[in-house]
Write a protein that binds this ligand. Structure first.
Ligand code: 0X9
Ligand code: CA
Ligand code: ZN
Length: 452
């Protein structure tokens, strides 16, 4: 009798611990966000020091409450540092969290005027069909869940690869940053719709190849519409049962440089993946860049109203700091002229925070081209953070249009003056050298050692 009791207790204990670790097949909440918690702090506390001391992922502001996504292991230290917070994870998970929706009562489904994957696909297809002499739709790769990564090429003779500079405008690396999909898409549409009307547009479309890649992370974006509005990463099922790799930590240049600019922990919001380009979404971008002559790039994100240039992985200037700074300042000037909004400019590592494996470091690092991260509005959490309303789309697009046109024209002018550079050679050599380095680093991390 005693034996069966012990066995019963053992079974219960095993089931309980399985449930705790998210292995219990019937547990109601899947372990989606891993070890992440949503906490709310009173905005009257000095949150700047908090953000500098702990890896926090800002979510949104609601009145006096500021919400952050944070790894559970930091909670004690945050409390010990004297911050008062409440845990609000439950309110933010899964369907039905009304307060986290943008004002999306209009037409167009759950996400209002913002584009879902399907809506984007049909829009891009119809643009390519409506402007067959100016646009062609390419699919350089597919996501983990087999959605297409679309790249709309806009140029005269779009079916030919001409001796013209390429300019890449990317959006949607981060799932919840919906506005970052709309801006490059609307810029592309603007070029096509105004080609026959505007001399300036016709001239630049004729002399360049503009690549519009509005949704680098379609799986994550769909998840942010249907399940969890504040989802950031892609939808990789990680080894520990958590989901997602931060695609903007998965590029190869100085990948895993340290654990401040990215995380080796799968459940982290800034998990860098198991290796550089471990994700098909970033691999698609790599392929596009390897096959095209890209001379300048903007990667749109939100929020903060910033124009950032490399480096992001360490606080050092690049060899081209002066050029990058002047291009950024020029763009910021053009932006502020439209609606009066000021986008601060600066080196990514200094002006925001350290990252390693982000798109811009890779694009500049390997191809030595001007590559910017533009953090779209709003400027801060108090203004709404990641959650823009539908009526924000048009003014944010409008103010970003002249800056994008300016960068395209700069790429044309410098391409003409320098001639077509021997990009493929430089690129292959750099990548080869770097791959060996990265392999060493991944090996060291695998053995549980830090690489520096
Ligand atoms: O963290 C990122 O990937 C970007 N910010 S976001 O809030 N949109 O997630 C910034 C990337 C720019 N690089 C650096 N700041 N180093
Ligand atoms: Ca052309
Ligand atoms: Zn982002």
């Amino acid at each position: 009798m005693k034996k069966t009791k012990i066995i019963q207790i053992l079974i219960i204990l095993i089931l309980l611990s399985a449930a705790l670790y998210g292995l219990w097949p019937f547990s109601l909440s899947e372990n989606e966000t891993g070890s992440l918690e949503v906490i709310a702090l009173d905005s009257r506390q000095d949150l700047r020091t908090l953000r500098l001391n702990f890896p926090l992922d800002p979510l949104l502001t609601d009145g006096l409450k500021v919400y952050f996504l944070v790894e559970r292991k930091y909670l004690d230290s945050i409390q010990e540092a004297g911050y008062v917070f409440t845990i609000e994870t439950g309110c933010f998970q899964h369907k039905g969290e009304k307060s986290l929706r943008p004002q999306a009562e209009g037409t167009g489904g759950l996400n209002g005027a913002y584009h879902s994957y399907r809506e984007l696909a049909s829009e891009l297809k119809s643009l390519a069909t409506s402007y067959p002499t100016l646009a062609r739709l390419y699919v350089p790769g597919q996501s983990l869940e087999n959605r297409n990564i679309y790249a709309l090429k806009i140029s005269d003779n779009p079916g030919l690869s001409e001796d013209e500079p390429g300019i890449a405008l990317l959006g949607g690396h981060h799932a919840r940053e919906w506005i970052s999909v709309e801006v490059p898409l609307l810029i592309g549409r603007y070029l096509l719709e105004n080609y026959s009307r505007e001399d300036r547009v016709r001239a630049l479309v004729n002399s360049a190849e503009v690549w519009i890649i509005p949704m680098v992370n379609p799986d994550g974006l769909e998840y942010s519409i249907l399940n969890y509005r504040l989802w950031r990463k892609n939808r990789r099922l990680n080894q520990d049962g958590s989901y997602g790799v931060d695609l903007n930590r998965n590029y190869s240049y100085e990948w895993a440089y340290d654990d401040i600019g990215s995380s080796p922990e799968p459940s982290s919001a800034v998990f860098r993946g198991t290796g550089p380009f471990s994700e098909p979404e970033t691999e698609a971008i790599r392929k596009l860049f390897q096959n095209q002559r890209i001379s300048a790039a903007i990667s749109y994100h939100s929020f903060s109203q910033l124009i950032l240039y490399p480096w992001g992985y360490l606080d050092q200037p690049t060899e081209d700091e002066a050029l990058l700074q002047s291009l950024a300042q020029e763009m910021a000037g053009l932006i502020s002229q439209v609606n009066g909004r000021v986008y601060q400019t600066g080196r990514a590592a200094t002006s925001l925070y350290l990252t390693n494996g982000d798109f811009a470091d890779w694009a500049y690092g390997f191809f030595r081209i001007p590559a910017f991260t533009i953090e779209l509005p709003p400027v801060d959490l108090v203004q709404g953070g990641f959650l823009n309303s539908e009526s924000d789309i048009e003014p944010i697009f409008r103010e970003n249009l002249p800056a994008a046109l300016y960068l395209i024209e700069w790429a044309i002018a410098s391409y003409v003056s320098k001639g077509a550079r021997a990009f493929p050679l430089l690129r292959r050599e750099l990548e080869k050298k770097h791959e060996i380095m990265i392999k060493d680093r991944a090996g060291a991390a695998f053995k549980g050692k830090e690489s520096r």
